[in-house]
Design a protein around this ligand. Structure first.
Ligand code: HEC
Ligand code: HEC
Length: 202
């Protein structure tokens, strides 16, 4: 799903991306060529600037590879990511996952510090009244994730909220069912609060 601002950003990124693809054609390393395809949106080191594009730096390798394979097969639907994946082989995707997992994540940006206490409480304990499980049980207390459980620390609040909307609407179904239940049960304030708390984690 592309929101209007996302569409504009994508158009701009693709303009820039065309140039980097051309210059990268001379690059010897396959990883360098592929990274040039991604840098316009996700940043050269995986620390994207535009908040609609997820940060990839320091993300779990196993998680990255599964999501990339799912974008390629269409299991995770994205009209933005699908065409980018079309030209890449499974081997390319593995190299990309290794590359981004190794990059150093930049600190996240908190928009509303007043929500951090609520967000921390939800992250560590969940909400027993509405049956929202704690997040730390899968994403780790540090937010670093593990294997197929993604790192959520330092992620952009806007991207996280977009994903909660996709989960709640049943539009992101390639992974664990639990995330749809989580997203459906959180109030709008809880979703924003936990997104802010995750952004604040180093
Ligand atoms: C035109 C912009 C654009 C380009 C170019 C692009 N991406 Fe993306 N990427 C996105 C957007 C937007 C999303 C979020 C998709 C969604 O879920 O709706 C995304 C999602 C992802 C995700 C999922 C992250 C997560 O936390 O689940 C990965 C991994 C990813 N991109 C890797 C790449 C790689 C590798 C490349 C280059 C080969 C690339 N992207 C090129 C815009 C882009
Ligand atoms: C039982 C394990 C489990 C629990 C509990 C859980 N998650 Fe997840 N979460 C996952 C898995 C696995 C994924 C990987 C994507 C998928 O499977 O859809 C994920 C994906 C996510 C994503 C998307 C990350 C990205 O980069 O696109 C966010 C955000 C997220 N979880 C936040 C939360 C929050 C907030 C909570 C607590 C309220 C929570 N999760 C509880 C397992 C869990």
């Amino acid at each position: 799903m592309a929101y209007p601002t996302q569409k504009l950003l994508v158009a701009l990124a693709l303009l820039g991306g065309g140039l980097s693809v051309a210059s990268a054609a001379q690059a010897e390393s396959l990883a360098a060529t592929a990274v040039a395809l991604c840098a316009g949106c996700h940043g050269a080191d995986g620390n994207s600037v535009a908040t609609a594009f997820p940060k990839l730096a320091g993300q779990q390798k196993k998680y990255l590879l599964r999501e990339l394979m799912d974008f390629k097969s269409g299991k995770r639907a994205s009209e933005i990511m699908a065409p980018v994946m079309a030209t890449l082989s499974e081997n390319d995707l593995t190299e990309l996952a290794v590359y981004y997992a190794r990059q150093k994540p930049a600190p996240g940006v908190v928009g509303d510090p007043a929500l951090l206490a609520l967000g921390k409480d939800l992250y560590l304990k969940g909400n027993s009244k509405t049956d929202v499980p704690s997040c730390e049980s899968c994403h780790d207390e540090t937010g670093n994730g593990d294997g197929k459980f993604p790192r959520v620390a330092g992620q952009h609040v806007d991207y996280t909220l977009d994903q909660f909307r996709l989960y709640a609407a049943g539009k992101r179904t390639n992974g664990a069912r639990v995330m749809q239940a989580v997203a459906e049960r959180m109030s709008e304030q809880e979703a924003r609060a936990v997104a802010e708390y995750m952004a604040s984690m180093p």
